[in-house]
Structures are given as structure tokens and as C-alpha cells.
Design a protein around this ligand. Structure first.
Ligand SMILES: C[S@@+](CC[C@H](N)C(=O)[O-])C[C@H]1O[C@@H](n2cnc3c(N)ncnc32)[C@H](O)[C@@H]1O
Length: 198
């Protein structure tokens, strides 16, 4: 019997070319806040789960998270809108998606996203997460998926951060409009993933 196991697939995980391009921009710009691949694959999964959906991101950075979301975009009707307040970063990230009219890279405050809501997926990564958590939830469509990364895993309940209850994380995890959970993205980092109830 022929062994058809693809050992490459077992030892390497593919990274979408646009993610590579956005990571290069980050490196050139000295930008160190791009999402990690573990989060990126979660973003791809979420976008893929919403064919023809409206996918949003606050805080484009150099476009790494945007590129992961883009890699999961499904359907000609899908839209991806992202916003970044740093003009230089926004312009450079926009170049990564210049050939795809489904993608809009906005420059300015995260509230520019409001006119594109409701969102089927919202990666809230720059603006909103801390300063207006209820406003973030209000932008979700029924069944819409919210992803928030960069938490520190906390054993037990309620979640703690630096010795005190993490009220922000608790807000999202217990919000009555959300079905939410926290997942490990690495042994030392976690993400909150939530779906808006109908
Ligand atoms: C964690 S980084 C984003 C990383 C990116 N989402 C990724 O996955 O590669 C946060 C970004 O949000 C931007 N940002 C922070 N506050 C913002 C706001 N109120 N409106 C728009 N962008 C904001 C910052 O300039 C920064 O580039």
C-alpha cells in the first residue's frame, strides 16, 4: 500500500501569502503588536464560518490579522472592513489588499466601523475593547462572533489579572447578550470568543 502521508503538512503549517506580506510590513515598520498565528487561524476559521458575511476588525496594525481574516473570506458577497488610526500603517496595510474590492481599510478612529455594522465577525483589537465594551457588543449581528485576544490565562473563577478580578474579561464572559468562552491560544495567552445571542 502506498503511504500517502504528506509529511510536509505534518511539520509545517501554511501561512497565507498576504499574512507574509503584512508581517514584512510590520517588520520594516518596527511594529510588534501583530496577532500571533494561533489567533490568526482562529480569525480564519471565524471568517470561513460566515459565508457572504460582514467581517470587521478594529486596529489594522500592518494588516496581519486582516490577512488572516481575508484568508477565510467565503463568498463573493463577503466584506472585510478594518480601521487603523495610524495613517502610515493603514496606508501600507491597504496595499496588501489593493486587488480585492471586498476589503476596505479605513483610516481613523474605530468608531468609523459603526456605519458598516452589524458584523458577522468582529475582531476587536484596537479601539472599543476597553473603552466601550457595550458599544462593541452592539455592533454584532445576531449570531455574530466576537474575538478578543491578548488575555493572560487565569485559572479559576472569576478571572484575575495582576492580582485583581479582571472586570473587563468578566464583562464579556458574563454578558447576557453573549454566549462566551475563553480559550488558550498558547500556554501563556488566551482569547475570549463569543457569539451574540439571537
Ligand atoms: C494590537 S494592534 C493591532 C494588530 C492587528 N489587529 C493584527 O492582528 O495584526 C492595535 C492597533 O490598534 C490601533 N488602534 C488603537 N486604538 C485605536 C482606535 N481607537 N481606533 C483605531 N485604531 C486604533 C493601534 O494604532 C494599533 O495599530
Amino acid at each position: 500500500m502506498t503511504d500517502t502521508t504528506d509529511t510536509t503538512a505534518l511539520t509545517e503549517r501554511t501561512v497565507p501569502p498576504r499574512v507574509v506580506a503584512a508581517e514584512r510590513i510590520a517588520s520594516e515598520a518596527g511594529f510588534k503588536k501583530s496577532c500571533i498565528p494561533e489567533v490568526g487561524r482562529l480569525l480564519k476559521l471565524a471568517a470561513a464560518a460566515k459565508p457572504d458575511g460582514v467581517i470587521a476588525e478594529s486596529g489594522t496594525g500592518s494588516g496581519v490579522g486582516t490577512a488572516w481574516l481575508h484568508s477565510g473570506l467565503a463568498g463573493a458577497g463577503a466584506r472585510l472592513v478594518t480601521v487603523e488610526r495610524d495613517e502610515v500603517l493603514a496606508r501600507r496595510a491597504a496595499g496588501v489588499f489593493a486587488d480585492d474590492e471586498r476589503v476596505s481599510v479605513l483610516t481613523g478612529d474605530w468608531r468609523l466601523l459603526e456605519r458598516h455594522a452589524p458584523f458577522d465577525v468582529f475582531f476587536c483589537d484596537g479601539g472599543g475593547k476597553r473603552d466601550d465594551p457595550q458599544g462593541v457588543i452592539d455592533l454584532l449581528a445576531p449570531g455574530g462572533i466576537l474575538i478578543l485576544d491578548d488575555f493572560t490565562p487565569s485559572p479559576g473563577w472569576p478571572p484575575h489579572f495582576e492580582g485583581t478580578v479582571d472586570e473587563l474579561r468578566l464583562f464579556y464572559l458574563t454578558h447576557p447578550a453573549l454566549e462566551a468562552t475563553e480559550i488558550l491560544t498558547t500556554p501563556t495567552s488566551s482569547a475570549v470568543v463569543a457569539a451574540r445571542r439571537l
